[in-house]
Every structure is written in C-alpha cells, then in structure tokens.
Ligand binder design. Structure first.
Ligand SMILES: Cc1cc2nc3c(=O)[nH]c(=O)nc-3n(C[C@H](O)[C@H](O)[C@H](O)COP(=O)(O)O)c2cc1C
Length: 140
C-alpha cells in the first residue's frame, strides 16, 4: 500500500493517459474509480475528462462517497476547449473541500475531441503532468 493514490474517470481514454503518466511518476498503480478511497491514501490525485462542463459521474460519486478529512488532493483534467476544464476542476475542488480534503494544486491539458486537439494529450502534455507530480509531492 502507498500513501499516494491515483483515480481517474475517463470515458474516451484521454485523461487515462494523463493518469498513467501521473501514476508512473508517483510509482503507484491507478485505483478503481468505482471502488473506495484507501484508508492510507494521504495524497490523492483525482482526474476526469470534462463532460458538459462537469467531471464524469463516476468521479462525482467517488468524491461524494469518500471521506477526505486529512487528505491532500491534486486535481487533473483534460478538456476539448482551452478553458473547459477550469470550471470543472473548481466543481471538483469544491466537492473535495466539502468532504474535508485540501487541494494541493491542479493540472490540465487538452484532449482530442471530434476533429479538434488531434494527438492530445501528447508527449509534452504527459511530461508536464509528470512535472506536476514532482511539484505536488515537493510541497505535500
Ligand atoms: C459528451 C462529451 C461532452 C463534452 N463536454 C465538454 C465541455 O463541456 N467542455 C470541454 O472543454 N470539452 C468537452 N468535451 C471534450 C472532452 O472533455 C475531451 O475530449 C476530454 O479529453 C475527454 O476525456 P476522456 O477521453 O478522458 O473521456 C466533451 C466530450 C464529450 C464526449
């Protein structure tokens, strides 16, 4: 068991790629979004695609079912629009705070959607996600 855990809600696989980069950098595997938050998870990376300006339903349920008291949460997201993820991550942040958690930071990149953002998340997006992990763990 690790004190770091990673959970992702990804319908199309874009945010899953980011989650895999994050989990690799953190040296952990991705947890089951339909499962429960591990007792010993002190630092939790939570990520989702943006769907109608919101996180996915599984992520919304995961947060509302969890007790985040004493836990630090780093958010990540992909979206079609450049601004799409911002409002969505603030919805996630509010939900985490309401469940007793604190927010360490957030990371967002574009994800391919219909004919836009082809190739995203790309290698640079994934490298930036890994950098986000290093920065997050440095300030935990
Ligand atoms: C049903 C649906 C709704 C979406 N709504 C938004 C949106 O409101 N804002 C936005 O920026 N992108 C939106 N997108 C684009 C996705 O956020 C983007 O493709 C993201 O990378 C999907 O992540 P995933 O592959 O992990 O599911 C939407 C995509 C789908 C399929």
């Amino acid at each position: 068991m690790s004190e770091i855990s990673v959970f992702v809600d990804s319908r199309g696989g874009n945010t899953k790629k980011v989650a895999e980069a994050i989990a690799t950098e953190a040296g952990v595997s991705i947890g089951d979004i339909n499962g429960t938050l591990p007792e010993d998870a002190k630092i939790v990376f939570l990520g989702s695609g943006t769907y109608g300006g919101k996180p996915g339903d599984a992520m919304t349920k995961f947060i509302s079912a969890g007790n985040f008291t004493g836990r630090k949460v780093a958010l990540f997201a992909t979206s079609g629009g450049a601004e799409g993820a911002k409002n969505m991550m603030s919805i996630m942040a509010d939900a985490v705070i309401q469940k007793g958690g604190t927010i360490l930071g957030d990371y967002h990149c574009r994800g391919k959607f219909l004919l836009t953002n082809r190739g995203h998340p790309n290698q640079e997006d994934l490298e930036n996600a890994k950098k986000f992990v290093r920065e997050t763990l440095a300030k935990k």
